[in-house]
Write a protein that binds this ligand. Structure first.
Ligand SMILES: [Zn+2]
Length: 519
């Protein structure tokens, strides 16, 4: 691992030396943008100046691109987490590794005492969506291999860039408090945060800034996303010769299939905020042997108040299927349980002020040309990258259901809001090759850099303005009275460290060897 990290450092240094830095970021912002604003106090100005340096834009851009190349799936992010940790340790952060029983989970800290401000960061990829960088037609690097189809390569990197900028300002201006970065693995499978919460890693934290890559530059407050329980149901039966003596066997696969039939009939009678989907992970080896073991992996989603009832009804489907097939429902392995996201208004307003301060990056003609050619391929509007930040949006009063994030779990422990930073192409689809292809190179670098600026500025506001932080904490305390935290994760659940291991081993070496040229 040490040799690997060293070679990465050499690679990054080499790239700095070879590439001209002047073209990376327009310097216009320095002259007439946020640095000219009168309300900037010195510590904030210093952090923004640090991040505005084109050498620093490139440094973190290269880290993001390397993590993009590794494309490591959840729980297998060994190289990605090591690179982030090394960068933080080089900057003087102390890093606790293997947090909450997960080898790729870490917490980096600098400073001491209160207040404690945290930034969340992710770095895992998605299966099956390998794609060449900056190529506007589907063209995998390795067919079937993982790819960064949600921008998590940019997000962990933006997070470490921001805490490093904050630390430099805290040091220079003697600011009291602690800045932390929470390296959070396996977000795509919504795994790490409930285990981190259970371990108490957020207990001493006053406020947390979350971030996600986007085509937008925005934040919001209120309740969104779906709560989720992710569980693998395993049926046991009896083997037999499928043709010679099928009456002697009991097919575990029948158990799985009947469970799925029952769950699909259940849909009609679930409240419309639900989402229910599954994959069969184990279904026998060959048709001529009755399978005695079969497994199906379910995501059961609904609002916080309806999740447990929906999950119970899915378990009823499994039990009914076992009776009907003459098999046994052997185990239900809960991988994760997560609440909806409850974003804090005071945090979102603070982030919003800093989005307005930093402003949308300026995109070059070649970046916009790429975006337009991708949009054309996807049949989307050929607008290029966005020019302006979106208007502030009030939360929706109607719950419609949708995806989930394990950030939801943290939002019930400490005040949190999410920054969506730009860099992805409008019209590109999440968890799809079109997002993979655009998450690399100069536009991604600018986007994550703009995100790092907003997070650094927000963290410094929270560290230096005790009245602001107190108001945010009061809002959270009031909200907690009606939304007390009760985990969905069963006490006996343990992090599924084996998740994706075989799949990642299949592709790891081939992916690591590839250094694509982001230009
Ligand atoms: Zn994501």
């Amino acid at each position: 691992m040490k040799i690997l990290i060293k070679s990465i450092s050499v690679f990054i240094t080499l790239i700095f030396t070879l590439c001209p830095v002047s073209s990376v970021l327009s310097q216009k912002k320095v002259e007439e943008g946020f640095l000219g604003k009168a309300d900037l106090y010195k510590a904030k100005k210093n952090a923004l100046e640090y991040l505005n340096d084109s050498v620093i834009v490139k440094k973190f851009g290269m880290i993001s691109d390397l993590i993009w190349n590794y494309a490591e799936l959840g729980m297998q992010e060994f190289k990605s987490s090591a690179l982030l940790i090394k960068t933080l340790e080089d900057e003087g952060f102390s890093v606790e590794k293997g947090v909450a029983g997960m080898p790729t989970c870490f917490v980096a800290s600098w400073g001491k005492g209160k207040p404690v401000i945290g930034i969340l960061g992710e770095f895992d990829a998605l299966p099956m969506i390998s794609q060449k960088a900056l190529t506007p037609v589907q063209d995998p690097i390795i067919p079937g291999a993982p790819g960064h189809g949600c921008g998590h390569n940019m997000m962990g990197t933006a997070g470490i860039a921001s805490v490093i900028a904050v630390k430099k300002s805290m040091e220079l201006y003697n600011i009291q408090g602690t800045i932390k970065f929470f390296g959070s693995p396996a977000e795509e499978t919504i795994i790490s945060r409930p285990y981190m919460v259970r371990e108490g890693v957020f207990n001493d934290v006053d406020a947390v800034i979350d971030n996600h890559a986007s085509s937008d530059f925005a934040t919001r407050y209120g309740v969104d996303n779906s709560a989720i329980i992710s569980a693998i149901f395993t049926f046991k039966g009896k083997t037999a010769h499928s043709a010679g003596a099928p009456w002697s066997g009991r097919s575990a696969l029948d158990g799985v299939e009947l469970m799925n039939v029952a769950a699909n009939y259940l849909r009609e009678h679930l409240f419309y905020t639900y989402r229910l989907h599954y994959v069969i992970t184990e279904g026998g080896e060959a048709p001529n042997v009755v399978p005695d073991k079969a497994s199906v992996w379910y995501y059961v989603r609904n609002t916080d108040d309806r999740l447990e009832d929906t999950y119970k009804r899915v378990i009823d489907c499994a039990n009914g299927a076992a009776i009907a097939s003459g098999t046994v429902l052997d185990t239900i392995r809960v991988l994760t349980g997560v609440h909806q996201k409850h974003s804090n208004k005071g945090m979102a307003e603070t982030i919003r002020r800093n989005i307005e301060l930093v402003g949308m990056p300026e995109w070059t003609e070649s970046e916009n040309n790429f975006a337009k050619s991708l949009q054309k391929e996807l049949g989307a509007k050929e607008t290029g990258y966005p020019v302006k930040i979106s208007p502030w949006r009030e939360p929706s009063t109607v719950q419609v259901g949708g995806g989930s994030t394990d950030v939801g779990e943290v939002t019930l422990i400490v005040p949190v809001a999410t920054l969506n930073f730009p860099g992805q192409v409008p019209g590109a689809t999440g968890h799809h090759w079109s997002t993979v292809t655009a998450g690399y190179g100069s536009a991604a670098w600018k986007g994550l850099n703009a995100g790092a600026k907003v997070m650094a500025a927000t963290a410094l506001d929270l560290l230096t303005d005790s009245k602001l932080l107190e108001a945010i904490k009061n809002e959270f305390a009031e909200y907690s009275k009606t939304h007390p935290y009760k985990p969905f994760l069963p006490e006996e659940a343990v992090p599924p460290l084996d998740l994706n291991r075989e799949l990642m081993e299949k592709y790891r070496n081939a992916l690591t060897d590839i250094i694509t040229d982001g230009k």
